[in-house]
Design a protein around this ligand. Structure first.
Ligand code: AMP
Ligand code: ZN
Length: 469
């Protein structure tokens, strides 16, 4: 597989540190609110890269953090008069629900920044020892950016050019030796969460956490580091500076960055009133449609979100689902005993070409747009070549092929019917009525039926409560 590496600005063949294994780190969201559809883009595209690698037989150790200590979380906690932990715990749960709806698989590990403070203190201590960091009078610890000779290698920025372009960066003040120095540890403010450290009671800087979590769960050297393109500078540049100065080895071999999602060709922002959470979209669409929409473009291209494009994605996905339904029907009442003829063998061979096209597209820097096109070709082929006279085994093979490719894209061909809240309430009412009529067998049967659909009932004094299991 070839991957476009932001570091070299070239597509490069993926050569892993350990044969057959990929160590991959994807910067996760800051959890102070429901995730928006822009945040969903890296989740979907890098989940697809992971799925593709696994489909090609590679074991992927996939680590993606939740940033659960941050100014925005603290601000929200203060507004709601609750702890920062309550806010982050709530939105991690909500984020996981959205991920499930988008069929983004849970990472191998989802580390939390607040659980890794000791590691951050160790990293900062090493950087101070090696002369790459220093403590200011107020207890803030800064990274000495100019000491890291390769600073700027990822974003292809040169500090002197940056300085010429941004006069304000020259301003040092607040105990910094140089305007480019960035915070590794900062002192607490009133009412903020804090941890003890050798420098002051305080909390880590954002960049520090990813360097530490990547090392703890993947090692000092990793294969792929990914995130949205806004993270290239300064976040990823700073991660490189910290990790490479501390560990003395190359941090990540390949840096992948997704392009931004815009709304009606404008930057998504709350102030422009064009801001959508994943939950907003879920009110109108199955989230599989959002996933399919994202994969219909190349991950590095900017992607425009609009009502028309979502409708187009929905229609496309329905075309695939309809073809899959038809194949399933044919499998159920196809020709079980027929021999596979030469013609049918040819059908299978021809269909196999679409998997080859799919693989070639994905091998070319995860070109999901072309991979989706290959799936459509397979759909068209199945619609015209598979019918009630086709031997069952051939139909099954074509279906399996479609299912395998869709699975790599995270598209589910056979969805379990989701039970609606109103249907649950109706069944609970029927169960109550059965109990009242002393028809306990019926009441138990309804309870069992709900359980089978993942609905748990709890009989309380205030009545029956239910939750999805
Ligand atoms: P944040 O919570 O802001 O740190 O963002 C989490 C992830 O979402 C990062 O990888 C960001 O680069 C990415 N991201 C944020 N906004 C967008 C957007 N509009 N389009 C694509 N990716 C985004
Ligand atoms: Zn990060």
């Amino acid at each position: 597989m070839k991957i476009y590496n932001t570091l070299t600005r070239k597509k490069e063949e993926l050569k892993t540190i350990e044969p057959g294994k990929v160590r991959m780190y994807v910067c996760g969201p800051t959890v102070y609110n429901l995730i928006h559809i822009g945040n969903a883009r890296p989740m979907i595209v890098f989940d697809t890269v992971r799925r593709y690698l696994e489909y090609r037989g590679i074991e992927v150790n996939y680590v993606s953090n939740f940033t659960d200590v941050d100014d925005k979380i603290i601000k929200k906690a203060m507004e709601e008069h609750v702890s920062a932990e309550e806010i982050s715990t709530r939105y991690i749960e909500e984020c996981k629900k959205d991920m499930q709806g988008l069929n983004v698989r849970p990472a191998t590990v989802h580390p939390l920044a607040t659980q890794e403070i000791d590691g951050m203190i160790d990293l900062i201590s090493i950087l101070i020892e090696k002369g790459y960091a220093y403590k200011a009078e107020d207890g803030t610890v800064y990274y000495r950016t100019r000491k890291f000779a390769e600073y700027g290698k990822l974003s292809h920025k040169n500090l002197d050019d940056l300085q010429a372009g941004h006069r304000e960066i020259k301003v040092t003040g607040d105990g910094k030796e140089d305007g480019f120095d960035f915070v590794l540890w900062k002192p607490k403010k009133d009412g903020e969460p804090y941890w003890k450290s050798p420098w002051c009671d305080g909390r880590p800087g954002w960049h520090t956490e990813c360097s530490v979590m990547a090392k703890k769960y993947l090692g000092e050297e990793i294969d792929i580091h990914a995130g949205g393109e806004d993270l290239i500078f300064p976040h990823h540049e700073n991660e490189i500076a910290q990790s490479e100065a501390a560990n003395g080895v190359t941090f990540a071999r390949y840096w992948m960055h997704n392009g931004f999602l815009n709304i009606d060709n404008k930057k998504m922002s709350k102030s422009l009133g064009n801001f959508f959470t994943v939950r907003d979209i879920a009110e109108k669409y199955d989230l599989q449609v959002l996933r399919f929409f994202m994969l219909s473009a190349h991950y590095r291209s900017p992607l425009n979100f609009s009502a028309e494009l979502m409708e187009a994605a929905k229609n496309g996905l329905e075309r695939i689902w309809t073809a899959a339904d038809r194949l399933r029907d044919l499998m159920a009442d196809g020709q079980p005993e027929s021999q596979i003829s030469a013609k049918e063998r040819q059908t299978l061979e021809e269909a196999a070409q679409f998997s080859e096209k799919f693989n070639a597209a994905m091998d070319d820097d995860a070109n999901t747009a072309d991979a989706v096109a290959a799936v459509f070709e397979l759909v068209k082929y199945a619609n015209t070549h598979i019918n009630k006279d086709t031997p069952q085994r051939v139909t099954e093979k074509i279906y399996e092929q479609m299912d395998t490719l869709c699975n790599v894209l995270g598209i589910i061909l056979e969805k379990e019917e989701e039970i609606l809240d109103s249907e649950i309430e109706e069944l609970i009412a029927a169960r109550q009525a059965a109990r009242k009529a002393k028809d306990f067998a019926k009441a138990d049967a309804i309870r069992a039926e709900l359980l089978e659909k993942g609905i748990l009932l709890e009989d309380t004094r205030e009545g029956v409560k239910w939750k999805r299991g």
